[in-house]
Design a protein around this ligand. Structure first.
Ligand code: IPM
Ligand code: MG
Length: 357
């Protein structure tokens, strides 16, 4: 079995955060004899600049042959005006589609030590432990679209099979958690959402009868995420709703920079692991980006693609211990604090914790 991790650093802060996550993976590989190897490949604006495409064929080939893919971020103002099919984001959407990565797992947890970094009151944040499953290869992101000088359209389509498979992932994961699923749609307005609700209802009732299931409209879900976040266990939703709700949910944790994700397919190929944040061009190159989301994504890679649960848990523990001990990157530091750490220095603390564990 391949032990090669393909690293798609991408744009903006992507190379800074993936470099630190690779340091952590190298340390875990040595400590736990995982035999990991690393191979860099191009994606996004960096790939467009070097090879004329945001997703060169060589990248797809390397990804297909890998054990797992670690991605930083894509996009930036430099590529804002290039033709749509060459935009950096297209590279990311295309690799998700090419590898059939239909289920995007985005865990959101809170730590009391970071309560001040969240705009919510601490009592709302206690006990928050949500796993959002975002459908990733369908919906309005991939539907028919067109633009002319004075009009444009995008379309949202879902098939029964697409909804069934992502609900099965949600159901399976919920069985090992608190056994509650919230399915999010806009069934009062959209036909795709009415189909979504019918299929979700059937899949959960017939295949996961032990689960408690609730259905929420997406506007209400956005509100409930702030009013009662600790009530949620697994949330499952379509592509664009999941994109929006997880940026919102990141503020429960305290910063976009904290949240990891895993994009998984039917199990026959590698998964792709990336922080949920973007390329953050405003801080790129300064060495101040929060590496937690990417380091925690690397832990998810070990868990989901290599079955290496102990090293994954050790990395997660090392990140949590760093935060508990007071290490902060700028985005999660107290306002006015000067003793925050840069991307590499924060990772140094994580590495020390990992070694000591
Ligand atoms: C994300 C990002 C991407 C998305 C962009 C960069 C295409 O926002 O992974 O959440 O919308 O899926
Ligand atoms: Mg997003």
């Amino acid at each position: 079995m391949s032990r090669t991790i393909v690293v798609l650093a991408g744009d903006g802060v992507g190379p800074e955060v993936t470099a630190q996550a690779v340091r952590v993976l190298e340390a875990a590989s040595t400590k736990y004899s995982l035999g990991l190897e690393f191979e860099d490949a191009l994606i996004g604006g960096a790939a467009y600049d070097a090879a004329g495409s945001p997703l060169p064929d060589a990248t797809v080939k390397a990804c297909r042959a890998s054990a797992g893919i670690l991605l930083g971020a894509v996009g930036g103002p430099k590529w804002a005006d290039i033709p749509v099919q060459h935009r950096p984001e297209q590279g990311l959407l295309a690799i998700r589609k090419a590898l059939g990565l239909f289920a995007n797992l985005r865990p959101v947890t809170t730590m009391p030590e970071l309560a001040a970094a969240s705009p919510l009151k601490p009592e709302k944040l206690a006990g928050v432990d949500i796993l959002v499953i975002r459908e990733l290869t369908g919906g309005i992101y991939f539907g028919k679209r067109s633009r002319s000088a004075d009009a444009a359209f995008d379309t949202c389509e879902y098939t029964v099979a697409e909804i069934e498979r992502v609900c099965r992932v949600a159901g399976t994961l919920a069985m090992n958690r608190r056994r509650k699923v919230t399915s999010v749609d806009k069934a009062n307005v959209l036909d795709t959402s009415r189909l979504w609700r019918d299929v979700a209802t059937r899949v959960f009732r017939t295949e996961f009868p032990q689960l408690t299931v609730e259905h929420l409209l997406v506007d209400a879900a956005a509100m409930h995420l702030l009013s009662r976040p600790a009530d949620f266990d697994v949330m499952v939703t379509e592509n664009m709703f999941g994109d929006i709700l997880t940026d919102e949910a990141s503020m429960l944790a305290g910063s976009m920079g904290l949240l990891p994700s895993a994009s998984l397919g039917n199990g026959s190929g590698p998964g792709l692991y990336e922080p949920i944040h973007g390329s953050a061009p405003d801080i790129a190159g300064q060495g101040v980006a929060n590496p937690c989301g990417t380091i925690l994504s690397a832990a998810m890679l070990l868990r989901h693609s290599l079955g290496a649960e102990a090293p994954a848990a050790a990395i997660e523990g090392a990140v949590a211990a760093a935060i508990r001990a007071g290490a902060r990157t700028r985005d999660i530091a107290a306002s006015g604090a000067r003793d925050w750490l840069g991307t590499a220095a924060f990772t140094d603390v994580v590495l020390r914790n990992l070694a000591a564990h």
